[in-house]
Design a protein around this ligand. Structure first.
Ligand code: GLC
Length: 644
């Protein structure tokens, strides 16, 4: 059950595809006006868990924290950082009562959740907001109610579920060949390689540096024959470069955001001074989305959209200090210049000049929408698209990665905790920079992180320029990496099927244990997750650990995978200490369930999704299968496999 109430004149974000019944009173919230803001309060009982907020930091349970929805580029984030790259204003309270709330506004929102033991949730936001209250029999039912309102997740092609390698610093064909050869020679599976900003001519969107890639079309085709696709980056800012077609069209048609004087707003990002496309204008979206054709014409079938909070290094208005300022904090007086810039440029929304700050959280989402809508028209098959900045609703157009993280154990743990909350707000195709973006990733951390990423739909190794090289084949003992990554390919019949079934039925692909088990330990656990309908994982996230404590809420089949293959053992319900060597992956199959596994391969084009055996003690499995590309994704493609 969902009911909505509208305060003021909120901007239509497009988050919901179905309107809830309207009401004029909120059931669970007191609302009051404070200065120019609305303040919503809701009492919590001691036992309540508060789920939600998508990509945000801290735990699966958001109690005890302060969070700000205000899309922010903060590569050095930690659990005290108020904002990350996406804003997902959903909360679900789970205790004696189960209810949810979604604050639909593209402006900033402050969430204080039992902050300083206040015993309540306090949400402070713009007075123009649509508030949707959700009810259900359980937290899981509330989440599914929300998913039914926001519509179906983007479904990328099968190859996007293969392993991807990325690094900021691959400059030319030689660098990318070295990666392709490195993986193929080491027999570590790989399906795609990202092209970071260096493939462009001076970081100008929709250009290709022809010295570095003299024949990108031919090269993309050659790599495709080897089962590897190229996935270029597109940044939000368009370099100010008269004579460049994208720039000229943008200026001529008034497609860029404007400053106080009504001139295109200028700020520096990678290419130097840029203008930002005004994705709030439908014509500007169509224009920008069509520019991707310059790369699809060369055989490209996947993209990542970046710097679309939008990230601003400095501007004429606030000066260079931006780059030097510290990360944003809760207190407005300590805000960085990027925040000040956001109060100094404008969009043209249906002819009205709207200050960016008022609609900030929607900018990246609309970039994703721009790309996705046109790619859908341009390409005959499904494509891969994922973005750094996001807002609820953008999941229908693309996936997300969790932005710049670091090569540290706490970032791995954070990745684990982020995934179920990201799934709650519809972004099924998601994952983090495996191995960490900043910092230097050692062998043990990389193996443990890969062992977790095996289960996230987006499985990509990405790192920053000047950090230690972290392609899997560069570490000693390649057979361990071969083994962990090959598990991903053996599990693809399950991962792909569970992902698509979740998308089709408005479900989550990764869930907290508390969504299926009501015992107190399952409700509180932050480092074990459910993946699809059959699997529970308990990733090792501690340096030097040889074992970890695992909670089994019911009897399960323990599956141990290493260089020797699969080993299965029935394990009774309870708490146990489980040995997991760094080159092993251990996961659990729930009672009465099955997991289809296939032979594996070096790339998805060599995988046979139909040739599977079923692990686990269930009797049958409903498998979604298609050719990996078709746009005709329906329940009709589900087959029922019986255990022999
Ligand atoms: C941003 C992105 C990162 C990328 C870098 C260079 O930091 O988040 O993934 O590698 O820019 O393009």
């Amino acid at each position: 059950m969902a009911k909505q109430i509208i305060f003021g004149r909120p901007y239509e974000t497009g988050a919901l595809v179905k309107e809830a019944e309207t009401t004029d009173t909120l059931e669970n919230w007191q609302v009051e006006k404070f200065n120019d803001k609305l303040v919503f309060r809701c009492k919590l009982t001691e036992n309540d868990i508060v789920y939600g907020l998508g990509e945000q930091v801290r735990g699966i349970n958001k109690r005890g924290g302060r969070y700000i929805s205000y899309n922010t580029d903060n590569p050095n984030h930690n659990d005290e950082s108020p904002s990350l790259y996406g804003s997902h204003n959903l909360l679900i309270v789970d205790g004696e009562r189960h209810f949810g709330v979604f604050f639909d506004t593209p402006a900033r929102v402050l969430f204080e959740i039992d902050w300083q033991n206040s015993g309540e949730i306090v949400v402070t936001c713009d007075p123009n907001v649509k508030v949707v209250e959700l009810a259900g029999e359980s937290a899981y039912a509330v989440a599914k109610e929300f998913l039914s309102l926001i519509g179906q997740s983007h479904i990328p092609p099968l190859w996007a579920f293969g392993f991807g390698q990325s690094r900021w610093g691959y400059k030319n064909r030689k660098d990318i060949d070295a990666v392709a050869d490195g993986y193929r020679n080491a027999n570590i599976p790989l399906d795609w390689i990202c092209m970071d900003i260096d493939y462009m001519d001076r970081f100008i969107d929709f250009t290709v540096n022809s010295k570095r890639f003299p024949d990108l079309k031919g090269y993309a085709e050659t790599l495709k024959q080897r089962g590897i696709r190229l996935v270029p980056i597109i940044d939000a800012g368009v370099k100010i470069e008269p004579g460049n077609d994208t720039y000229d069209q943008g200026v001529k048609n008034g497609y860029f955001c404007t400053n106080h004087e009504g001139e295109p707003f200028k700020a520096a990002v990678w290419p130097g001074m840029t203008h930002f496309p005004d994705f709030f204008q439908p014509e500007a979206r169509e224009w920008f989305g069509n520019e991707y054709r310059k790369l699809t014409d060369l055989g490209i079938e996947g993209f990542w959209n970046d710097m679309n909070e939008p990230a601003i290094f400095y501007s004429e208005y606030t000066g260079i200090l931006n780059a030097l300022a510290s990360a944003p904090s809760i207190d407005s007086e300590k805000e960085t210049n990027a925040y000040k810039d956001y109060r100094n440029f404008y969009h043209n929304i249906d002819g009205e000049r709207v200050l960016h700050d008022k609609v900030h959280n929607l900018y990246g989402a609309l970039m994703t929408r721009a790309a996705s809508e046109q790619l859908n028209k341009i390409l005959p098959s499904r494509f891969l698209l994922f973005s750094r900045a996001s807002y609820v609703g953008a999941h229908r157009y693309g996936g997300i990665w969790t932005g710049d993280n670091g090569s540290s154990w706490d970032h791995l743990a954070r990745n684990v905790r982020q995934m179920p909350s990201i799934n709650m707000v519809g972004f099924l195709y998601s994952g983090a920079d495996t191995g960490g973006f900043g910092g230097n990733c050692g062998r043990e951390l990389m193996l443990r992180w890969l062992a977790f990423s095996v289960f996230t739909p987006l499985m990509r190794n990405h790192s920053a320029i000047l950090t230690k090289r972290q392609e899997c084949y560069r570490y000693g003992g390649q057979e361990d990496f071969q083994s962990v990554v090959s598990l991903r390919y053996k599990l693809l019949p399950y991962i792909y099927s569970e992902f698509v079934k979740a998308a089709l039925s408005g479900d989550m692909y990764i869930k907290p244990l508390g969504f299926e088990y009501s015992d107190e330990r399952s409700r509180r656990i932050e480092d074990q997750l459910l993946v699809g309908e059959s699997i529970m994982i308990a990733p090792v996230i501690e340096k030097g650990a040889k074992s970890r404590t695992v909670w089994l809420p019911e009897d399960m089949t323990e599956v141990r995978y290493d260089t020797n293959g699969f080993g299965c053992e029935k394990i009774p319900k309870g708490l146990r200490e489980v040995k997991v060597a760094p080159n092993e992956v251990v996961f659990y199959i729930r009672s009465g369930k099955c997991v289809p596994i296939c032979k594996g391969a070096q790339c998805t084009s060599e995988i046979n999704l139909r040739d599977v055996v079923l692990l686990g003690d269930g009797k049958e499995y409903r498998q979604y299968i298609d050719d990996g590309f078709t746009k005709n994704v329906t329940e009709n493609n589900i087959v029922v496999l019986q255990k022999k």
